[in-house]
Design a protein around this ligand. Structure first.
Ligand SMILES: [Zn+2]
Length: 186
């Protein structure tokens, strides 16, 4: 059976809108209008009250500076690190031992999954922060993980109900910097 695949592009200007309070991320929304709506839910008084007196701010995610002021926050550095993690196997490629492969980030991010692993294969690779790595390396998110990436971006809470807003805001900055490619089954 033939599987047809398309790769969709998320443009940098489609990065989401970030709501902060005292510089802590408290919400992420797809559009400016939805961000204002969300802010109104958080602080019903008024938007100007919320921003003037309550420390709230709304801004579309901004690209990383090309070279950051720390060794880890410039676009160039992030991309170099992501490519190293995603593509440099720390072992001889003839080594197909499951223990080697499950502890190798490049294998896991390339789709290797140990037999009997918990969870569904479509939930994404078992590697923290994988969504950011694909964006930073400018590698297409594989179709099998496209839905997980969408849920990720939509801020669907983890199993314990928490949402890692700082991580999601950083992901949106990655998208504002490079855009993203997502492969999908057509
Ligand atoms: Zn490997």
């Amino acid at each position: 059976m033939m599987r047809t695949m398309t790769t969709t592009r998320i443009r940098p200007d489609e990065a989401r809108w970030i709501i902060t309070r005292d510089d802590q991320v408290v919400g992420i929304e797809p559009t400016e209008a939805e961000a204002f709506h969300r802010l109104h839910q958080l602080q019903p008084q008024s938007v100007s009250w919320a921003t003037t007196n309550e420390g709230y701010a709304i801004e579309q995610a901004q690209p990383w500076p090309m070279d950051g002021d720390r060794p880890t926050n410039g676009a160039r550095q992030l991309q170099r690190m992501a490519r190293a993690i995603m593509f440099d196997h720390g072992h001889n490629l003839s080594d197909r031992d499951p223990l080697t492969r499950v502890s190798c980030a490049a294998c896991v991010l390339g789709g290797y999954r140990e037999r009997g692993a918990e969870g569904r294969r479509s939930d994404g690779p078992n590697y923290a922060g994988w969504g950011r790595l694909f964006v930073q390396a400018q590698a297409p998110v594989p179709a099998i993980w496209a839905a997980a990436f969408d849920r990720h971006r939509a801020g669907v809470p983890y199993e314990d109900g928490s949402i890692n807003y700082a991580y999601l805001a950083a992901l949106e900055r990655d998208i504002a910097t490079w855009g993203a490619w997502v492969a999908r089954d057509a």
